[in-house]
Design a protein around this ligand. Structure first.
Ligand SMILES: [Fe+2]
Length: 302
């Protein structure tokens, strides 16, 4: 039996005090929301599965991570997790996802869900611009196409990177030395990252990011959020590592959600490297306090 590996990101879960606050925020962001008892299920419109599950809790807190595995790999993963000292068992309350559930060494619930990894939506053909009012043609209410990545905080940065690489089969695509590790999943040509780790005092949710078609969709999305009262944001810009266009919007609990487009795609030829470049090649005025504290502050209880 070959070594099982996760093949993509499936989604994440958050605990928050008020599900109605979450429904309003993520609804304005463009996700389709469905209330199922004590769970708020969110997905990019048209996606076949739930990308985020929001459950009630005393404070905002990372509830779980969910990765896609190949159907039929459940047994091999159960065995591999057992060898790593991790016990596969019942889902935590609110963990309404199929597949395997276990807790990582830092207490975060992880779900391994059999299925197909999400594909990147096909790029739009270039618009014929002659004799066209482009501004009238634009989709002014664009919605996310799919979840692209989640970054979490970790209290044991190198050890956590080794865990996600060795036990789950993610591979590090790039590191901002000492600050972030970006990790990719799957075979063939894949997104530069679907997951990432940021060192901190304790585990936690840093941001989730959803793919849109391009800079206009990012702009209209941020406009829609601002109109809905969510005006605190960081962007737009183009990241250095992964090269994606970005704009982050602060969520009601101090962490972030991001619209992104145009991320680098990588193959088996890609070499992992360490970088000391700024997080972005163009973007908002550089504010070390903002980037260091507001953007990367771990605003959740231990
Ligand atoms: Fe991101």
């Amino acid at each position: 039996m070959s070594d099982p590996k996760v093949i993509g990101l499936n989604g994440f879960g958050l605990e928050v005090p008020d599900l109605d606050v979450a429904a309003k925020f993520y609804g304005a962001f463009g996700l389709a929301a469905e209330r199922r008892g004590e769970v708020l299920a969110l997905r990019s419109p048209g996606r076949p599965g739930d990308e985020a599950l929001i459950v009630r809790g005393p404070a905002k807190r990372l509830h779980h991570l969910s990765f896609v595995i190949r159907p039929g790999d459940e047994g091999a993963f159960t065995e591999k997790l057992g060898k790593a000292g991790l016990k596969v068992g019942a889902a935590p309350p609110g963990g309404a996802r199929a597949g395997l559930w276990f807790q990582d060494p830092w207490g975060t619930w992880i779900n391994l869900c059999p299925g197909e990894p999400p594909q990147s939506p096909a790029a739009k053909p270039p618009a014929g611009r002659q004799d066209v009012h482009l501004w009238r043609e634009l989709n002014r209410d664009p919605k996310p196409a799919r979840i692209g990545h989640v970054l979490i905080f970790t209290p044991e940065y190198p050890r956590a990177e080794a865990f996600f690489a060795q036990v789950l089969g993610l591979r590090t695509s790039d590191r901002a030395t000492g600050k972030i590790s970006f990790m990719a999943a799957g075979d063939g040509v894949v997104d530069h990252h679907c997951f990432g780790l940021v060192p901190s005092t304790h585990r936690g949710f840093q941001h989730a990011s959803f793919q849109v078609a391009g800079i206009d969709d990012i702009g209209f999305g941020v406009w829609r959020m601002r109109s809905a009262g969510y005006g605190e944001s960081f962007g737009p810009g183009r990241h250095a590592l992964a090269s994606n266009l970005f704009h982050y919007i602060r969520d009601p609990w101090g962490s972030w959600v991001e619209y992104y487009a145009e991320m680098d795609r990588i193959s088996a030829q890609w070499e992992t490297r360490d970088w000391s470049e700024l997080p972005y090649v163009w973007g908002p005025a550089w504010a070390p306090e903002f980037w260091g504290k507001e953007m990367n502050g771990n605003f959740e209880p231990k």
